[in-house]
Design a protein around this ligand. Structure first.
Ligand code: GDP
Length: 299
């Protein structure tokens, strides 16, 4: 919790500083409520959650003095209510052998790093993990994944630059079955500059995996970079439609002032958030806890 609190300290200190300034020597009236709502929206929390917070505050304290602590408490409670339904542990159905996890997201959002961290967690729990270097467009992505495979003692299926990603995914699935891997984690490209091509490629990957097992991919995880703020909302929209995203991981929550965006995304998309990234290291992937996150933001 301390690490999360440190990571989100820029998000929370900016917000609590502004809230304290807002309520110094002012009673709660329509003007202060409007100002508070603006602050919460600027903090990326989203309109819906901002209104929940101001409505609750108004119903408790309208016309009376308000302290920063009152606001923090109500914020933490309301944010917890939004996050509780989405804060879920990642569960694997190991009867699948392998359980296939497809990882999608815009380049730079932390796909490869997150796959490495996840592989470390799963192999640490005694599972046999295979990785597939499906971002066949970037030599660096393939190299990086190979390093992660070595570090986490996972097998890896990779091919040469420019090869067909769906073909590679299919081969990796067959190989994982042959080797009786428990989990197969597939990396993908995330070139938003060439959206049509990217979307066609992701659709094809999902389609060919489905030929080997109609339920595969069993989990489609999207990585989101907290520092991109509002952009992350649109990214979920795009990848959800094409790849059937059914779980999220938000990265770079260490040191960003924009951590509030995870609340807006949860309110809008209601997709499970399995983990959060709080650094570049192998252990910097933490389970997402609604109450801890809400308290870390609310200050
Ligand atoms: P990809 O292009 O989506 O595969 O993204 P990468 O995994 O290559 O990550 C892009 C950059 O973000 C790298 O420098 C990572 O070390 C960094 N990164 C990934 N996750 C985190 C995180 O949780 N915190 C921080 N501070 N950096 C991260």
């Amino acid at each position: 919790f301390q690490r999360l609190r440190d990571g989100l300290s820029r998000t929370s200190s900016q917000l609590t500083g502004q809230i304290t300034a807002l309520f110094t020597k002012r009673k709660l009236d329509d003007d202060t409520l409007q100002d508070l709502e603006d602050l919460l929206i600027q903090a990326d929390l989203g309109m819906e959650t901002a209104l929940r917070i101001t409505d609750t505050l108004a119903s408790e304290r309208y016309g009376r003095d308000v302290t920063g602590e009152d606001v923090s408490r109500i914020m933490a409670d309301e944010i917890t209510k939004v996050l509780t339904p989405v804060a879920k542990p990642l569960t694997l159905d190991l009867s699948h052998k392998p359980h296939v996890i497809l990882v999608v997201g815009v380049n730079g959002t932390g796909k490869t790093t997150t796959i490495g961290k996840l592989a470390a967690k799963l192999s640490g729990a005694g599972l046999k993990v295979m990785l597939a270097a499906g971002d066949t467009f970037r030599a660096a992505a393939i190299e990086q994944l190979k390093i992660w495979a070595e570090r986490t003692k996972s097998h890896i299926v990779a091919t040469k630059l420019g090869a067909d990603a769906a073909g590679l995914a299919y081969e990796a699935f067959e190989e994982a079955r042959r080797q009786k891997s428990d989990v197969l984690i597939i990396d993908t490209a995330g070139r938003l500059q060439n959206r049509t091509e990217l979307m066609a490629e992701l659709e094809k990957i999902v389609r060919v995996l489905g030929k080997l097992d109609p339920d595969a991919p069993h989990t489609v995880l999207q990585t989101l970079d907290a520092t991109t703020g509002q952009n992350a909302l649109n990214q979920v929209e795009i990848f959800r439609n094409v790849a059937g995203v059914n779980g999220l991981i938000m990265t770079k929550l260490d040191g960003t002032a924009r951590g509030g965006i995870l609340v807006a995304i949860s309110a809008k998309h209601k997709l499970p958030v399995y983990f959060i990234g709080v650094g570049e290291g192998i252990d910097d992937l933490e389970p997402f806890e609604a109450r801890d996150f809400a308290r870390a933001i609310a200050g």
